[in-house]
Unconditional design. Structure first.
Length: 353
């Protein structure tokens, strides 16, 4: 089943909104980023993560509550608020509205901070605030409480497939008539140490280049927010339609000649990405927003804006291992997006006018 996108927005290193992200992609110039240095086997590795700029929540939430809210929950809530603002949707029945948060790693930075304090000081010394924010479901619960929504809520954690699974779950709810609308937030927060460690483990062979400088490896964070409705909803006229599915193997899919591909930094999914894109033309933008499990969510944001405007932005990756499109596709009626997991599983998302 396909659903209709009533509203969409994004949080990225470029700031808030689809248009801001699209403008950043077109200029191919990412904002300045703080450089981190890691020592490994006597070598100095440098990485400049893609971190979202500070932002103010677009909701009337008490300052004390905002102060206790974790970064992951703030990002997911802001993405939903921005998408709601675009949709201009008002809920007649809050019990007919669902919420889904999709994430690869969840509030991993907060989680690890809490665990470090727990290990050092014991249960009595660890902060209950950090404990609450370390739970994956906190973000969806906070959104529901803040907006007064009483319909079903869920948090999907499926690494690289999280975007596709979250959207497929939302479409299933709508098809089963459990809800009339679903608020979907998909993304991850940056956790430098974890990302850098993964990079080092996957690229231990140091040549003349810095392995962390490759455009598909630099760690990042981001979120996309979507307001979905049934395709035949009276508010869905002229809205883009979205379909999503997951597949246990890339061999099950008949890939189109051109598509958007979320290229990851880890060895396994990178190699699978090369395999499925052989003799195909791909668009990839991860060099502009960084590598993280649900990075395909920002690809989706770019595709939504592009399809609305009647164009698809040229690829930004500089990797010579992919046959990337270096010109803009115009008048597209459909865009296909794929995300590759480390064992070859595929998340497939399609957008149509």
């Amino acid at each position: 089943m396909s659903s209709a996108i009533l509203g969409a927005s994004a949080l990225s290193i470029f700031g808030e909104g689809l248009e801001t992200l699209a403008e950043g992609i077109q200029t191919s110039t990412a904002p300045d980023r703080e450089e981190k240095t890691v020592e490994y086997n006597g070598h100095e590795l440098r990485v400049s993560p893609f971190k979202i700029p500070k932002f103010t929540l677009k909701a009337d939430i008490p300052t004390a509550v905002q102060r206790r809210l974790g970064h992951f929950a703030r990002m997911s809530f802001q993405a939903i608020l921005l998408a709601l603002e675009e949709s201009k949707l008002e809920f007649e029945d809050p019990s007919r509205v669902g919420i889904i948060v999709g994430t690869g790693n969840g509030p991993v930075s907060t989680d690890n901070f809490y665990l470090s304090k727990l290990a050092k000081y014991g249960g009595k010394g660890a902060s209950p605030t950090y404990f609450a924010n370390s739970i994956h479901n906190t973000a969806a619960s906070f959104i529901a409480i803040s907006l007064g929504i009483t319909g079903p809520i869920s948090t999907v954690v499926n690494l690289e497939l999280s975007s596709a699974v979250a959207l497929d779950t939302a479409n299933t709810w709508l098809e089963a008539d459990l809800v009339d609308y679903v608020l979907v937030a998909i993304g991850d927060e940056l956790y430098n140490y974890q990302e850098i460690t993964l990079c080092i483990e996957n690229y231990k062979v140091l040549n003349d280049y810095n392995p962390l400088e490759r455009d598909n490896i630099v760690p990042g964070e981001g979120f996309v927010g979507l307001i979905l409705a049934k395709a035949d909803d009276k508010k869905a006229q002229d809205c883009l339609k979205i379909h999503s599915s997951t597949n246990s193997s890339f061999k099950e899919i008949n890939f189109p000649e051109k598509f958007i591909l979320d290229i990851k930094g880890d060895t396994a999914s990178y190699d699978f990405a090369k395999t499925i894109s052989k003799n195909k033309e791909v668009l990839s933008y991860s060099s502009m927003y960084g590598s993280f499990s649900t990075g395909g969510a920002l690809d989706l944001a770019i595709a939504i804006h592009g399809l609305r405007e009647g164009l698809v932005y040229k690829s930004t990756t500089t990797s010579e291992e992919f046959n990337t499109l270096d010109s803009t596709l115009v008048d597209q009626e459909r865009i296909d997006l794929f995300q590759v997991a480390t064992r070859g599983e595929i998340g497939a998302i399609s957008l149509e006018r």
